[in-house]
Design a protein around this ligand. Structure first.
Ligand code: MN
Length: 242
């Protein structure tokens, strides 16, 4: 075996060993620049939400739109490591404490990172139906499933330009609905999103063009109620991070 082949073999073997022992480190080293903020992996393939959300929209939305927020945050964190050292909820609730030079950028990118991390999590194939404590809370606080979905779709339809519609959960389990512009997130006012829908055109334009109401209606077929129930329990336990 030539020395070159041996070196290649050694490098390959070492790479496998490192990857097995510390996959996160290998991933971080492969990123340029390395950073504390990471694009979360989806729990389902890009085509899993078809026909309601097409695979191309999911792929672009995840790997380009969400990735851009992650990249921006890692760039901000190079000179302002404090944004990566605290929980996202703390940074978003205290944007006024940030230097002027990065405040708007962190608001947009960290809001976007939080919003999309939640968004991927609360969707999925075979999402079932609302039940248990979440359904009871929807009945109690939002007038039942039919009224809640109608109000949610109407609120999402009224967002002018780009933004989000959320159902928030308080620490005592009480639900409330609101919309936010741009990439703002309820954590900016010390609240927490139980679930929400993205009404930026990039979330639906390939399939629905200007028909946002059709997207809002179809989106309910992608909702993962099992995951929302888990988030509800986590919020009441004070353990819902994003
Ligand atoms: Mn989006």
């Amino acid at each position: 075996m030539s020395s070159l082949s041996r070196r290649r073999l050694f490098t390959a073997a070492a790479g496998v060993a490192v990857a097995a022992a510390a996959p996160r480190m290998v991933f971080a080293q492969a990123m340029a620049p390395a950073g504390a903020f990471k694009l979360p992996a989806l729990a389902y393939p890009y085509n899993a939400l078809e026909p309601h959300i097409d695979a191309k929209t999911m792929e672009i939305h995840n790997t380009r739109h969400h990735q851009a927020f992650v990249t921006n945050l890692n760039n901000f964190a190079k000179d302002n490591p404090q944004i990566a050292e605290k929980p996202i909820a703390d940074v978003l609730a205290n944007l006024s404490a940030l230097p002027d030079t990065i405040r708007t950028g962190v608001r947009n990118s960290m809001g976007g990172h939080a919003n999309h991390t939640m968004f991927w999590e609360i969707m999925g194939p075979n999402g079932g139906k609302a039940g248990g404590e979440v359904l009871a809370a929807i009945d109690r606080d939002l007038g039942g499933m039919e009224k809640m979905t109608n109000d949610f779709n109407a609120a999402g339809g009224r967002v002018f330009g780009s933004g989000w519609v959320f159902v928030n959960v308080a620490k005592d389990g009480k639900l409330s609905m609101e919309t936010r512009p741009n990439q703002d997130n309820p954590m900016m006012d010390g609240k927490l999103a139980l679930f929400g829908n993205d009404v930026w055109e990039h979330a639906y334009y390939l399939n629905y063009q200007n028909r946002r109401p059709d997207y809002l209606k179809a989106w309910w077929n992608t909702v993962n109620w099992t995951k929302i129930s888990e988030r509800y329990a986590a919020a009441k336990a004070g353990k819902l991070a994003v």
